[in-house]
Design a protein around this ligand. Sequence first.
Ligand SMILES: [Fe+2]
Length: 239
Amino acid sequence: MIDIHCHLLPNVDDGPTSWEESLEMARLASQDGIRIAVTTPHWIQRTKWEPSPDEIKKKVEELNNKLKENEIPLTILPGMEVGISENLPKLVSSGEVLTLGESHYLLIEIPFVSLPLGIEEIIFNLKVMGIYPILAHPERNQELQKNPKRILDLVKAGAFVQVTAGSFCGYFGEQAKRCVIQFAKFGVLHAVASDAHSAKERMPILTTGLKVLEEFIGREQVELLLANTYRFIGMESVT
Ligand SMILES: [Fe+2]
C-alpha cells in the first residue's frame, strides 16, 4: 500500500518530535503493509509552518538512510500538505511548495469549518497549469458534513478526494464518519491515507479503516482504490 498523507519528519510541524519516533512510526507503517509513504508536513502561509522544499527533501533523504540502516522496508517521498489560498498556483510555479513525490498532484488542506469562497476557481486555476489538487480529509469539514453532496461539485471542478482511514473508525467523531461513508457511497473516494502524526495516537495505519470501508464498497473496490492510489505519485500501479 501507499500512504499519500502522513507527517513522518521530526520537528517540522505537529508530527513526531524525534528521529526515534519517526522510526517507530515507519516500523508501524511497514507492519501495516505500507511500502511507500509520502511525508506531507504542513505548509501554511505566514505561519511558523512554512518549511522550504530543500529542508524537507534533505530530511526525507536522512530518514530514508535511517530506514535502510534499521532494515525497515519503507520508502519515503517528499510532499507537503498545503493550506488552501488563492495564490496556490503562484506558490507551485515558484517552487515554494512541494507536490506529492514531485508528481502533478498537490495535497491541499481546507479549513475545518466552512469551504473558502471561490474554491472551484482555485481548483480550476491549478488544473490550467497542469496541477491536480487533492483535498485532504474533506470529511472533517463541517460544511461538507452538513451537506455531503457538495463534494460532488468539487470533484466535478477537478479535485480528487483523500479521506483519512481513522474517519471510518469514528476517531474524528460521528459526523466525519457519516460523511466519509456518504462519500464512499457516492463513489468519490480517490485515496485513503493515514494522516499519521505520532507513534502513539494518530498512527500510520490504514488497514483498520479499510476494513470498515470494505463493508460498504466490497473488497474488490478497496483493492482497486489501493492500486489507483499510485497515480498520485506518478506511478501506474504496483501489485
Ligand atoms: Fe495532515
